[in-house]
Design a protein around this ligand. Structure first.
Ligand SMILES: CC(C)(COP(=O)(O)OP(=O)(O)OC[C@H]1O[C@@H](n2cnc3c(N)ncnc32)[C@H](O)[C@@H]1OP(=O)(O)O)[C@@H](O)C(=O)NCCC(=O)NCCS
Length: 182
């Protein structure tokens, strides 16, 4: 775990604690992904893309910890992960100030403010610890719950990516959204 990851602060929302992932969380993260990837078609990663290997999950968590400007933030209820939000900063000097973000919450825990708490912490971390200037994301045009969430957190629409994803066998548009942190 890098210092930056470790400094993502704990917060509690309705019995749910937020903290940055450590390698020992790999098994719980894999379990979480097996569930959420089947619960929605609005994530770019589908169940068929999950390697299902514990070692891959460990390596993923480790890589987040080793790159500044990257964060894998988890929401825990007891020993179970119920939500996650990622930030991945650009790899080039001219785009290192931008973090790509994405998130998912277990369906059983929707509408409890967990995504909102994750996003608030991600915004704080990105500015204060990640040293980022902007957060960017892509959201399915039909994903109204996520669009409302991002709008409420100060994201603006920046464009339409036509036929960028596939949902239920059909091409679907993604909307680019961005939020200037400073
Ligand atoms: C989108 C998602 C992350 C929201 O998670 P959540 O924990 O239920 O969201 P919250 O309870 O924090 O809601 C925060 C705000 O988002 C909006 N929102 C969330 N769910 C909504 C819904 N079903 N309908 C309308 N607005 C919704 C509301 O503005 C809400 O604020 P409010 O409850 O005060 O009205 C969750 O539905 C999810 O994981 N969906 C599948 C994966 C996904 O779409 N990820 C985003 C990919 S870009």
């Amino acid at each position: 775990m890098s210092g930056e990851q470790g400094h993502a602060s704990d917060q509690v929302v309705d019995g749910v604690t937020l903290r940055a992932a450590v390698v020992q969380d790999a098994r719980a993260l894999l379990h979480f992904k097996r569930i959420v990837l089947r619960e929605t078609e609005f994530l770019l990663q589908g169940p068929e893309d999950l390697s299902d290997q514990l070692s891959d999950e460990s390596a993923l968590i480790d890589s987040f910890g080793r790159h500044s400007g990257c964060l894998l933030l988890l929401a825990w209820e007891g020993q179970q992960i119920v939500g996650m939000c990622t930030v991945v900063a650009g790899g080039l000097a001219r785009s290192r100030h931008v973090g790509q973000t994405g998130m998912a919450v277990r369906r059983s825990h929707w509408r409890r403010g967990i995504a909102s708490a994750l996003l608030a912490e991600v915004r704080r971390w990105s500015l204060v610890q990640g040293g980022l200037h902007k957060l960017s994301l892509q959201v399915h045009a039909a994903n109204l719950p996520a669009r409302r969430l991002y709008e409420r957190h100060g994201f603006d629409y920046e464009g339409t990516l036509r036929d960028e994803a596939v949902v239920a066998g059909q091409y679907a548009d993604l909307l680019a959204m961005g939020h200037i942190l400073s």
